[in-house]
Write a new protein. Structure first.
Length: 292
């Protein structure tokens, strides 16, 4: 494993490691205005949702590396502490990228990128009409730390396009097409097979409860062990014993007796197949046949 001390390689070199490792990151497509009402639109991937009550977002328009001067977004926020965070989808990724170019102060990036300004309701900066999720925010605090201008803002109004909502009015991730920032020129697209669900366990038995031979398996992966450890209840002894009469287990036992393959490997391979079918209880019961 390569070990790096940030001070040994300099901030810009370490930045390249951090932005490629801490990824993907959501993108704050931030619209702001200055005291004269001139509009700016810029994307920032140092961004996230960090508070519930009140709802808070945080993003950081870093200072320019060449001279440590403030970016237009930061200058605008010093003058008018309001911002709209417009979430980015694949449909506008190229237009978003264009707004990251360094135009002169006062240039309207909405116009440069061919995006539509939509009036906000509680703040001065406009929304991006093409974005399906828009958050009107008022700045709570701006804190400068080194080269970063850290902006903490409270969401005071949110807008969601009907196209990404389900019948209950909540966001349906299968209808979204979010884009996230990686390092360098790389992005990630969160849609289709790239997104998946993992039910959150309330209180699992834990990986440490599994037999050592299972924990040290050459066949099962860490994700496989995590799914087994997420089961809420350890099966009763009678259930474990009865499962030994399962035809699939009987076939595996006969195969092992004929010397075709090592018994534990047969069980571990079969358990993994069951896990791929989301049959987690059956997979654990299969693994518990090893010592029987």
């Amino acid at each position: 494993m390569k070990t790096i001390n940030p001070s040994d390689i300099g901030p810009r070199s370490f930045y390249s490691y951090m932005t490629t490792a801490v990824a993907p990151r959501p993108i704050a497509f931030a619209s702001t205005v200055d005291a004269q009402g001139q509009v700016n639109l810029s994307p920032f991937s140092f961004f996230n949702y960090v508070g519930i009550e009140p709802p808070l977002v945080v993003f950081a328009p870093g200072k320019r590396s060449r001279d440590q001067s403030y970016k237009d977004t930061a200058l605008n926020l010093f003058e008018v502490p309001e911002v709209v965070i417009n979430m980015v989808t694949y449909a506008i990724i190229q237009q978003m990228s264009l707004t990251s170019a360094e135009f002169e102060r006062g240039v309207n990036e909405f116009e440069k990128a061919g995006l539509t300004m939509l009036p906000s309701e509680l703040v001065k900066p406009p929304r991006v009409a093409e974005s399906p999720a828009q958050f009107e925010c008022k700045v709570v605090e701006i804190k400068e730390i080194g080269s970063m201008v850290l902006v903490i803002a409270e969401v005071v109004r949110a807008h969601f396009d009907e196209s990404i909502l389900n019948e209950k009015g909540f966001i349906d991730q299968s209808k979204t097409d979010w884009v996230a920032r990686m390092g360098g020129d790389w992005y990630a697209r969160a849609s289709g097979e790239a997104i998946f669900e993992i039910p959150r366990p309330q209180h699992g038995i834990g990986v440490d409860a599994l037999p050592e031979s299972v924990r040290q398996s050459r066949i099962l992966t860490g994700n496989d062990l995590g799914r087994l450890g997420s089961l809420k209840i350890w099966p009763e002894e009678a259930v474990i014993s009865a499962y030994g009469t399962n035809p699939a287990i009987q076939d595996l036992r006969q195969e092992a007796q004929m010397g075709c393959q090592y018994w534990p490997d047969l069980l571990h391979n079969h358990a993994r197949q069951l896990l791929q079918k989301d049959q987690v209880v059956e997979a654990l019961l299969t693994l518990l046949q090893e010592s029987r």
